[in-house]
Design a protein around this ligand. Structure first.
Ligand SMILES: *[C@@H]1O[C@H](CO)[C@@H](O)[C@H](O)[C@H]1NC(C)=O
Ligand SMILES: *[C@@H]1O[C@H](CO)[C@@H](O)[C@H](O)[C@H]1NC(C)=O
Length: 330
């Protein structure tokens, strides 16, 4: 072999090695990239910058503490999926609050402390943030009782916002106006005329035809807020339609609407009724999503339930990391 051809062969094998190296580097980078993308999606690094409300990006950062809280509620989810027994509706309904309590007790979810808040005829709950940031509090169905909102308003930063909707103007308008903005409408799944069981001025309930506005339009157009710290949902029935809208990839997600926690009165579902079937389907979905955790329920004919958002970084960082300081994470 002449020296020039051997140089040429050398060049070829060098080029081969070089090509292999390049391909190798590209392949490894691609794998790392795919891995990162998957991880980012899994850990939800999305910042939801579109959510209107307070636009606090810092509170939407995923930190070690955020991930720890998510892990705690993964354990809760594992527990609830092992414990919940759907075989018979009545059993599921009657044991609902006990089942929730068991999984709270059996996991670090027990460290979450709810603050009881008195209404006229019941106890609601709230979680206060140790961070002095404004909050957005929404009431759907005022029902002539604003004790809880009044007390919460006195505890929150002064620039916090309250919104309330009820189709019955008197006395709700007068009661709510000192607290926040009152909307004299029924809020539900769809816009249109609907038969609703509403509380009249004299305290009685009556099936009445009401103009309804859909909840997405209500939040995004009338309230003009999509980041909601707390929701009181007590409007005689629509919870069976609204909770499924909060499932992963459902309507609320499509409009970037985030709710951090909520008191929901889930109305009595008689055995064999439409509601009974909906209740089971709804809870299965909520447990499978692992986004909202019903941390507590009281079965007083209706299931008075408190849900916390254990998924969105804004909600976790503002409300839940306080219960899991580093020394408790060991
Ligand atoms: C909606 O709220 C944002 C602040 O969150 C504000 O900048 C904007 O002007 C509001 N839009 C309307 C139509 O009120
Ligand atoms: C959960 O723990 C509390 C406090 O220790 C206890 O009073 C309650 O009975 C427990 N509930 C269940 C269902 O285990």
């Amino acid at each position: 072999m002449s020296s020039s051809s051997s140089q040429f062969l050398n060049f070829l094998s060098w080029r081969n090695r070089y090509t292999r190296l390049v391909i190798g580097v590209v392949a490894i980078s691609a794998l790392v990239y795919i891995f990162l993308i998957n991880n980012i999606q899994e850990n939800g690094f999305e910042l939801d910058s579109k959510a209107k409300g307070h636009g606090d990006l810092e509170l939407s950062q995923v930190t070690k503490d955020t991930i720890y809280v998510r892990k705690v509620f993964k354990d809760w989810q594992t527990c609830i999926q092992k414990t919940a027994d759907y075989s018979e509706f009545k059993k599921f309904w009657d044991s609902f609050s006990i089942t929730l309590e068991k999984c709270k007790n059996n996991t670090e979810a027990r460290l979450v402390e709810l603050v009881p808040v008195k209404n006229l005829d019941e106890i609601k709950h709230y979680i206060f943030s140790p961070k002095e940031e404004k909050s957005v509090v929404v009431t759907l169905g005022i029902g002539a009782d604003v004790e809880a909102e009044k007390w919460i308003k006195s505890k929150l930063p002064a620039d916090s916002e309250f919104f309330g909707a009820d189709p019955i103007v008197s006395p709700n308008s007068d009661l709510f106006s000192p607290i926040g903005i009152f909307f004299p409408i029924a809020v539900g799944k769809d816009t249109g005329l609907l038969q609703s069981n509403v509380r009249l001025d004299d305290g009685n309930y009556k099936m009445t035809t009401m103009a309804n506005i859909d909840v997405i339009t209500f939040f995004t157009k009338l309230m003009n807020r999509t980041l909601i710290d707390h929701l009181f949902l007590d409007n005689e029935g629509p919870e069976y339609d609204l909770l499924p809208m909060m499932a992963k990839n459902a309507e609320f997600d499509a409009h970037n609407i985030v709710i951090c926690h909520m008191n929901v009165e889930i109305h009595h579902a008689p055995v064999g009724s439409d509601k009974a079937e909906k209740f089971v389907r709804m809870m299965k979905q909520i447990f499978a999503d692992g986004r909202y955790v019903p941390i507590r329920a009281v079965n007083a004919l209706h299931q008075r339930t408190f849900f916390i958002n254990v998924d969105h970084p804004y909600c976790i960082n503002k409300y839940l990391t306080q219960f899991f300081p580093v020394q408790k994470q060991l």
